[in-house]
Design a protein around this ligand. Structure first.
Ligand code: MN
Length: 201
């Protein structure tokens, strides 16, 4: 049987986010790390009913179940990474407009406060994890999750994320996570993608 999950193509060229994220980082982050999660999940679901399920269904069914940690970690990391690539675009970042901007003003105290709190969530995540902007119960919320955890399992609709695992920034910024996070926020955050996700939530 063919492996049910495939590594999604990047939405931009591998050097499009340079110098914040180099083609070298992308070759490892997408070509090795993201791919490994796909390969691992395909092995785990082979010959089981999960081979016919969606990624989201596997994430929800395995969340919080220690006996399914491998399924959860690999399925959630596939989803999180695909979502992260779309959360960024070349020549993006800075202040959003439209409905997202209105909600940032209403729920988060404006763009400057959003930027401060989003960076704080990314910097405050000890070890590996993710910073998120999500819609939860009709309101925008900023959070961070450890390891492979995702707001999806808490009933939230993610709008944007930043990967703060060391593999996301170490080749380009070494230990300087703040340089990476601030550059992603200022230069790469894809507010068009956030708007599309908001419309779905
Ligand atoms: Mn990663």
């Amino acid at each position: 049987m063919a492996a049910p999950f495939t590594l999604p193509a990047l939405p931009w060229a591998d050097n499009a986010l340079d110098p914040v994220i180099s083609a070298n980082t992308m070759s490892f982050h997408h070509g090795k790390h993201h791919k490994a999660y796909v390969d691992n999940l395909n092995k785990l679901v082979e010959g089981t009913p999960m081979a016919d399920q969606s990624l989201e269904a596997i994430i929800q069914a395995s969340a919080g179940d220690a006996s399914k940690a491998g399924l959860f970690n690999n399925s959630a990391q596939i989803w999180n990474h695909t979502f992260f690539w779309h959360s960024m675009a070349p020549n993006a970042g800075g202040k959003p407009t439209g409905k997202v901007a209105e909600l940032i003003d209403r729920d988060l105290g404006g763009y400057d406060k959003f930027k401060e709190e989003f960076a704080k969530a990314a910097m405050g995540r000890f070890g590996s994890g993710w910073a998120w902007l999500s819609l939860k119960d009709g309101k925008l919320v900023i959070s961070s999750t450890p390891n492979a955890e995702t707001p999806l399992t808490a009933g939230a609709t993610p709008l944007l994320t930043i990967d703060v695992w060391e593999h996301a920034y170490y080749l380009d910024h070494q230990n300087r996570r703040a340089d990476f996070v601030n550059a992603v926020i200022d230069k790469l955050l894809n507010w068009n993608f956030a708007s599309e996700n908001l419309a779905k939530g």
